[in-house]
Ligand binder design. Structure first.
Ligand code: TXA
Ligand code: MG
Length: 327
């Protein structure tokens, strides 16, 4: 049984040492917990895929302590003014850039792609850990493949426990939603996964409108985060619009997931994501609440669509995938 260790300097150094000696370590970031290995160590990276039961065609994000390390893993093209502006504005933070890959990175990290996903997390513990490790750390979210992302150390422990070498406990994550993934094609941006950085914020910094991949029928799946069914709780989810009739639903066995207020005149267990209608609060609580409903024994989740703007779009993206029928 793996211990949850508080993120003291000693524990962070121990975790960093574990990475350098080929181990795999769960660590907090500002988005969700990651499960990390030395990105240059193909064997350690292979263990991540094994432990998560993650298909080898699903590439990992490489995490850096700061932007100056990026040329160890990618050709950043700092001569590209767009990349420059994004890095300046969003790093450290929840934006992942897909860039041309450096040949020294083993191909297992990128599933054989000639691009690599990179980010600099904006989280103290993550940064201290990455700095102490001294190597780029390849890390997917620290959950088994397709299931709910972990926003607390306890979620990692419940899911992966003795399969990992160490879990660094940095408390609940602040954003609670994964990073936004963006591919840069010369002077154009394409969002591969909606996430903690809103499309609106990206467009403002990029000074252009951005394209969102997978939003058109027939679009090729370019990132497995776009798989129709992903980020799923065990409990089935039924999506509704606020105010829609609940008449045919078995409400005594349901948990109702509301944006800012319980449904009126209905007797049902309710989880409200943000009583003040703050999308950021709703995003940060989403996975945590879904974990809790899973543990509660509810047989169905009836969830409202969030407002389709800002982080509401990213939350709706996760709810859409979480509620997609099992095939
Ligand atoms: O917030 C986050 O991004 C968290 C924390 C731990 O950093 N990580 C995370 O990783 O969500 P993961 O593995 O659960 O999702 C990473 C996504 C996958 O859908 C993967 O397909 C995509 O990133 N990805 C990685 N490399 C890529 C590449 N070269 N091209 C396109 N997509 C890529
Ligand atoms: Mg994931």
């Amino acid at each position: 049984v793996v211990e949850l260790v508080a993120a003291s300097d000693d524990e962070i150094n121990q975790a960093a040492e574990m990475i350098r000696s080929g181990g795999i370590v769960a660590f907090p970031t500002e988005t969700v917990y990651g499960l990390g290995a030395n990105a240059f160590d193909a064997n350690a990276v292979a263990r991540i895929f094994e432990v998560k039961e993650r298909p080898l065609f699903d590439p990992l994000i490489v995490h850096l302590a700061d932007a100056s390390q990026v040329d160890q893993v990618a050709y950043i093209g700092l001569d590209n003014p767009l990349v420059n502006r994004l890095v300046e504005h969003f790093w450290p933070g929840p934006l992942t850039l897909v860039l041309p890959k450096h040949p020294d990175i083993p191909s297992i990290v990128t599933s054989g792609l000639d691009t690599i996903a990179v980010r600099v997390p904006g989280h103290n513990v993550a940064q201290n850990f990455l700095r102490a490790a001294g190597v780029p750390v390849a890390a997917p979210s620290a959950n088994s493949f397709g299931s709910l992302s972990p926003t607390r150390a306890q979620h990692v422990k419940d899911d992966l426990d003795e399969l990992v070498d160490l879990i660094v406990d940095g408390g609940p994550t602040t954003w609670g939603l994964e990073s936004t993934i963006v591919a840069v094609h010369e002077d154009q941006l394409q969002v591969l996964r909606l996430g903690a950085v809103t499309v609106e914020a990206l467009e403002e910094v990029a000074r252009q409108s951005v394209q969102i991949a997978g939003m058109n029928a027939g679009d090729k799946i370019t990132t497995p985060g776009q798989l129709p069914r992903h980020y799923s709780p065990r409990t089935p989810i039924h999506m509704i619009n606020r105010g829609e009739s609940l008449e045919l639903l078995p409400l005594d066995k349901c948990c109702y997931l509301a944006f800012n207020a319980p449904p009126v005149n209905e007797t049902v267990t309710v989880e409200v994501l943000s009583p003040t209608a703050d999308l950021r609060e709703a995003a940060s609580r989403l996975f945590d609440v879904l974990h809790r409903i899973d543990a509660s024994g509810a047989e169905m989740i009836v969830a409202e669509w969030m407002p389709e703007r800002g982080l509401g779009r990213s939350i709706n993206d996760r709810l859409r995938r979480a509620s997609a029928t099992r095939s």
